[in-house]
Design a protein around this ligand. Sequence first.
Ligand code: PLP
Length: 432
Amino acid sequence: MNNAQIVELGKKYVMNTYGRLPISLVKGQGARLWDADGREYLDFLAGLAVNSLGHCHPKVVDALQQQAATLLHVSNLYWIEPQVQLAQVLVENSFADKVFFCNSGAEANEGAIKLARKYAKKTWGSDKYEIITMEKSFHGRTLATVTATAQPKYQKDYEPLPQGFRYVPFGDLKALERAISPHTCAILVEPVQGEGGVNLAEPSFWQGLAKLAAANKLLLIFDEVQCGLGRTGKLFAHEHYGVTPHIMTLAKALAGGAPMGALLATDDVANAFQPGDHASTFGGNPLVAAAAVAVMDVLLNDGLMDNCREMAAYFMGHLRRLQEKYPFITEVRGLGLMVACELDRPGADIVANCLEKGLIINCTAGNVLRFLPPLIINKADVDEAVAVLEEVLASVVAADAANAASVADAASKANTFSAATAKLVPTGGQSQ
Ligand SMILES: *Cc1c(COP(=O)(O)O)cnc(C)c1O
């Protein structure tokens, strides 16, 4: 099938929950993708931070092929060798002592919420259940995680929502302190907010957060579903801030594209779960666990995080140069290869224009261009991406000028607007 045929079939049979771009990607290798019409793309999105090793990394493909031919699935009523090996690697490279495996980021966060409540009730009493989360956060789409996600646009029309969540602005220590009540048991936060616009908080926020948690006996839950596993140049993003959680969730990049989530915790906290308390049929099954063991091996031993930091500095340098040239870029920010350009206007048109020129990027929070390239990119890839982006940004300037001219023209005819107001009229574009 070609792009048009796949799109037509999809529109007919697949639920309309995504604003999809009109192509189908059918093949990938490294940082390159090909669509069903044979067009090649440079991938600066990596399946939303999933394909961190690039597409079809030989070690991951090999692990999957071998495991598929050996044993695809057994239930968690038995011990699973690749799952046990994966848990060992995660524990030996993190603050955690124990791991629970599931299938997605939302499921990992759902498990984290349950574990925090269970631990708190057992340890501190039945009135401890409330979890504080951050505005502009993203924790998933199940009812509990969409409630933890403090963004009304994701919650609208799904009420009644589960109880026991409170929201504060991300990075606002005073608001956080005020939000702590006798019922609070945990704080759930992304060390770098992804979906909400690649937002960072000051180091002092993280130090203060850790102090507040200790002083008030609260569990710290870090959602590293997007920012974890090397994405920011360290294995876990919280390592940048010198703070340690009691519970951490992972997913996206964990199994290199096979669906997997994980919930990590210290022994003390993890022990709140006993047999029968939580479960997941597919969680950590042999196939995905074997893929994840290979992913962790590459991540830890093949220099990917060094490359991530180096490419991040190189890419950010270019983006800062673009910002000086194109004032409608209001901010360039990021950590490692989790990078964003905030615009003074919607970014969807820029994403579509980049796609047309063979570059895959994303727009989040309506006006934030988000770049999540695979951690294996090289300087030539960055140069190519920046060249395409600059071409598209230049066309925005040209469209702006044409727009301003025509508005000014109309204004002078109607004699109501000044040329200065004409400049404020935005070009077309749709928020996602
Ligand atoms: C993507 C994401 C999730 C949800 O993961 P799913 O696998 O889509 O359920 C949760 N938290 C963060 C930070 C994410 O980026």
